[in-house]
Design a protein around this ligand. Structure first.
Ligand code: HEC
Length: 106
């Protein structure tokens, strides 16, 4: 229930994002699933933190989408944060980073 509400809000919030222009809607849905299931396994289903730190807008305050997408693509060597560059394109990582910074997501 929480999950589907979050998904619906996530998809709505995705519309005005700049990287959304280059990522088809169906792929955006897959990225949201990835965010909840794969990223959520470490960062928490609601991005409130777990093994990895919270990825809520307040926790990421002051960090740029460029910086965050670089972490997503390259991972953090020496930590549990894996590199996603085989699974995500730079545009997709950027799209996820911009989503994480959106203040209206729960
Ligand atoms: C296996 C566990 C794991 C998975 C899966 C994972 N992360 Fe992480 N992530 C971490 C850890 C641990 C850190 C903190 C690394 C450190 O100590 O610097 C981190 C750090 C980050 C950061 C940097 C946060 C900051 O404040 O600098 C971002 C952004 C991030 N992860 C996004 C993602 C995204 C997006 C996904 C899914 C595509 C993901 N992570 C999947 C464990 C994970």
């Amino acid at each position: 229930m929480i999950r589907s509400a979050w998904l619906a809000l996530s998809l709505l919030a995705a519309v005005p994002l700049t990287a959304g222009d280059v990522i088809p809607g169906t792929r955006q849905g897959e990225l949201v699933e990835l965010l909840i299931q794969d990223c959520g396994s470490c960062h928490g289903l609601q991005m409130k933190g777990g093994l990895g730190p919270a990825l809520l807008p307040a926790s990421l305050h002051g960090k740029s989408a460029e910086y965050l997408s670089a972490v997503i693509l390259n991972g953090r060597p020496g930590s549990a944060m894996p590199a996603w560059n085989g699974l995500l394109s730079p545009d997709e990582a950027r799209w996820i980073a911009e989503r994480l910074l959106q203040p209206d997501l729960p």
